[in-house]
Structure formats: C-alpha cells, structure tokens
Design a protein around this ligand. Structure first.
Ligand SMILES: [Zn+2]
Length: 142
C-alpha cells in the first residue's frame, strides 16, 4: 500500500485514528491500515497527547548562554510556528496565551529569539510605550 505522509506524521505524533481521520478527511479504516503498516501501537482509549503544548514548543527552542531562547522550528510567513496535536501554533502563544497581532519581533535584538519576555507584538509594544510614558512622562525611544 502507498503510505500517505500526512497520516504517517500524525500517527507518529501520537494522534488517535479517529482524530486523524477527521482532521484529514480520511477514512478511519485507512488510518488504521497505516497504523498497522507502520507498526505504530494503538494508544489507550481516551489518551489525548504525548506532550503538552509547552513541551511541543520547548522541543523547538535552544537556550543560549546569555539568556535568549533561539527558535529551531519552522516558520510560516516569517512567524515561528510549531505543530501540536495536528494544529499549527505561533511560538508567540507560549508565554502570552494568544496569537500575535501584527508584527512580532524580539525586543532583545537577537534574531530568532522567542523567549516570552523578549518578544512582543504590536499591542504589547504599545502597552510598553504607554507604561514608559506614564512613568517617565515621555515616549520611550523606538
Ligand atoms: Zn532574547
């Protein structure tokens, strides 16, 4: 049989047959045949995922000696992204609890850094400027 790469990827990521079938619009029997052909054991019923969202994110990061966290994962339109349980997420989600709005770049000046404290998007940046203005009575340098 011909192995579909998308089904194989989700099987290896620990997803359940029905979830994979639903996500890819495939027949659950097709997914089950892939599982058998690839010799991937079936998960216990009710099991949802091998790793948490944060674990999946952390697997694509590499801490540096000087406190940055470099992204080693993939990008989508220049935005660091990773997959978890069949969904694509922005690396920004971790530490901020939401996807970025507008431009999202590390403020620390280290390209590719995704340390949550170093990365801010448009609204976050505006908030930082407003806080600075409230404290010092002027706009922060951009
Ligand atoms: Zn940084």
């Amino acid at each position: 049989m011909k192995i579909r790469a998308d089904i194989a990827e989700l099987l290896r990521a620990g997803h359940r047959d029905n979830a994979i079938a639903q996500q890819l619009g495939a027949c659950p029997k097709t997914v089950a045949r892939h599982r058998a052909a690839l010799r991937i054991p079936k998960d216990a019923p009710g099991r949802t995922s091998h790793t948490s969202l944060e674990d999946a994110w952390r697997a694509h990061t590499e801490p540096t000696d000087d406190g940055h966290l470099l992204w080693t994962g993939g990008f989508n339109s220049g935005v660091p992204t990773f997959r978890h349980r069949g969904h694509r997420h922005s690396a920004y989600l971790i530490g901020h609890g939401r996807d970025p709005q507008g431009r999202c770049q590390p403020d620390c000046g280290r390209p590719g850094c995704v340390a949550p404290a170093h990365v801010d998007d448009g609204p976050g940046r505006a908030r930082t400027r407003n806080t600075y203005a409230a404290i010092f009575g002027s706009e922060a340098p951009r």
